[in-house]
Design a protein around this ligand. Sequence first.
Ligand code: GMT
Length: 379
Amino acid sequence: MNIGIVCYPTFGGSGVVATELGKALAQKGHRVHFITYSQPVRLNFVNENLFYHEVFVPSYPLFQFPPYELALASKMVDIVQNEKLDVLHVHYAIPHASAAYMAKQILRTKGINIPVITTLHGTDITLVGKDASFEPVVTFSINQSDAVTSVSADLKRETYEYFAVEKDIEVIPNFINLERFKKQPKEHFRAAIAPEGEKLLIHTSNFRSVKRVDDVVRIFDGVRQQMPAKLLLVGDGPDRPRIEKLCRELGLLSNDVRFLGKLEAVEEVLSVSDLFLMPSEKESFGLAALEAMSCEVPVISTDAGGIPELNVDGVTGFVSRVGDVDDMVKNSLTVLADENLARFKAASRARAEEFAVEKILPLYEACYQRAIDAVMAGV
Ligand code: GMT
């Protein structure tokens, strides 16, 4: 197939999923065209089937808000026509689904009926999408897509709850490359940051309020009062200054809590970690937790959104109510206890194997084929 993928090119989960999907499809022999405003961060890979098309928004003094959606729709029209795409797959509804709708209408006037697949990732529905500023457009463009997928059953439920969506939504969970995300021998790194054999806790996110990074620090503070431990914080974002201040207030030094910033090879740091903390307020799936589990790192999480569809309570870690820091401290100590840790680590990797890219990819391929067949049949 000749597939167009539209996504955010950043470290965010939806962009990561879209890029990894495109790479895996290209390795299977499909031709994949990324259409986005800059090179996706995970597109660090050369393959004869991968193409990248940059969306350029001309600046003009009149534009207080550059019209990205229009430039994107125009680029989609251009690439569908000239690269003879079979299907357009847009990740994150805002503004990709509505730009795809516009492109589809323009292409119709040229005698081309391109099927559009929209994948809902989370905040496009749960935070931003249902805001009155976007809701009518999000509802309309989801309903106008030829097929709609969501990354968890909970996100599907929320979509039907908050939007007048009539389309069938297929749940296709996120996936993992088990070869890349596997425990690597990085003991020298571990010895450097935890020289006394301290337990290593880790959190990766975009440091936005929905991630509750304050709770990460408070959980760590509770744990280290009971056992020697260190915390690794990967990623960056608007809450970081507040988190640094909280660490100082709690007397946590830079040797106790390491801010590592945005990392490309996050699997190397996960490989030396013992416990992943995800105390999020909302999380449609929790891709960062799946990456950790694949590297044999158990997860302490909340029960928000789709996380319980991934993190199995009492098996791959534990699930607590949002904000229940005491419970997450207690659960962390259970997982980290020497007599339990190996069991939780093995169970985490085994659970991650259920989300192997080889298992999930055919679900997307089948979805594309059904949409192509329906459009060809004029349905
Ligand atoms: O979590 C974020 O803030 C980033 C966001 C995104 O859209 O890039 O992630 C969402 O999509 C990921 C991939 O499907 C999911 O694993 C995350 O759970 C989801 N985030 C939220 O629902 C808050």
